[in-house]
Design a protein around this ligand. Structure first.
Ligand SMILES: NC(=O)c1ccc[n+]([C@@H]2O[C@H](COP(=O)([O-])OP(=O)(O)OC[C@H]3O[C@@H](n4cnc5c(N)ncnc54)[C@H](OP(=O)(O)O)[C@@H]3O)[C@@H](O)[C@H]2O)c1
Length: 275
């Protein structure tokens, strides 16, 4: 069973997606991991120019036995390309490296201060050229979105942010939901940097459900209408992270996980990134 969420322009986005940052030590490993994920059932692959993996990701997509229109490919515009005013060129380079005809979702990877509205104008132009099915942002907090929306003609379809039970970002989730922006979670499992998968309250729920803690966290995402992007290079864990549709959490269990929030970031704060 496959779940999709409808974006604000009618496009269906499959959930969960496969994270691909550091998916392999070289192109061959990335290629094999994406091929395997597609065999497992993933239909949504999250790449970025910054990950330096668009070529093997694209090759795996082209050589999979799944029709292109059944797969959903995201890539992202890096900050230095914004700063140096290379947005169109950066997009063309991503399109060329992926070589899969069109891109499903193109995201502004990080907000570049003072350039948020101007960046979005360029994103809108790229969208209107028909080479991408949807456009969105990543790492945008409420104040970034407010700046963007003041001059936007198109509302971002997606905001991809660091989000997990130790960083719930409920206010941002509510804001995005009001505006019709779907939230995706990066480092949904805490990126192995924090003791999230061994948290005793999540372990209790997992034991009750006969599932792993990773599955409980990913299911929490799905039930909150968040699209998680777990990364795994391991065949078995790819399968585990995709096996989320034969159980559900109760409303109380969702609240219990929400309460683990401690505003703990594993990555850079979006106001502190510099290009
Ligand atoms: N937009 C942005 O700025 C941004 C920033 C960071 C990440 N991302 C995206 O989000 C994706 C996910 O984030 P992430 O890679 O940082 O972290 P993550 O998906 O939270 O965690 C990945 C780590 O957890 C391990 N893991 C995966 N499944 C597991 C399981 N079932 N049980 C135990 N361990 C498991 C992985 O090891 P194995 O591979 O060995 O399984 C890896 O070490 C990235 O790959 C990327 O696509 C976006």
């Amino acid at each position: 069973m496959m779940k999709t969420i409808q974006l604000n322009n009618g496009i269906e986005i499959p959930s969960p997606g496969l994270g691909t940052y550091h998916l392999g030590r070289n192109d061959e490993e990335v290629y094999r991991a994406v091929r395997h994920a597609i065999e497992v059932g993933y239909r949504h692959i999250d790449s970025a120019a910054f990950y330096d993996n668009e070529e093997p990701v694209g090759k795996a997509i082209r050589e999979s036995n799944v029709p292109r229109e059944e797969l959903f490919i995201t890539t992202k515009l890096w900050g230095s390309d914004i700063k140096e005013n290379h947005i169109e060129k950066a997009f063309e380079n991503s399109l060329h490296r992926l070589n899969v005809g069109y891109i499903d979702l193109y995201l502004v990877h990080w907000p570049v201060k003072e350039m948020i509205a101007a960046t979005w104008k360029e994103m809108e132009r790229i969208y209107q050229s028909g080479r991408v099915k949807a456009i969105g942002v990543s790492n945008h907090l409420i104040h970034h979105l407010e700046t963007l929306l003041q001059q936007a003609e198109i509302i971002p379809a997606v905001n991809q942010v660091e989000l997990h039970p130790f960083l719930v970002m409920q206010e941002l989730q509510n804001y995005c939901s009001e505006k019709g922006i779907v939230v995706e979670s990066w480092s949904p499992l805490g990126s192995s940097k924090i003791p999230l998968l061994t948290d005793s309250r999540i372990e209790e729920i997992a034991t009750r459900k006969g599932k792993s803690t990773a599955q409980v966290i990913l299911r929490w995402n799905l039930q909150k209408q968040i699209i998680p992007l777990p990364k795994s290079s391991d065949w078995q864990r790819q399968h585990e992270n995709f096996s989320l549709f034969d159980f559900s959490l109760t409303a109380d269990e969702i609240v219990e996980i929400d309460r683990l929030d401690r505003n703990h970031r594993t990555g850079v704060h979006p106001d502190e990134i510099a290009f």
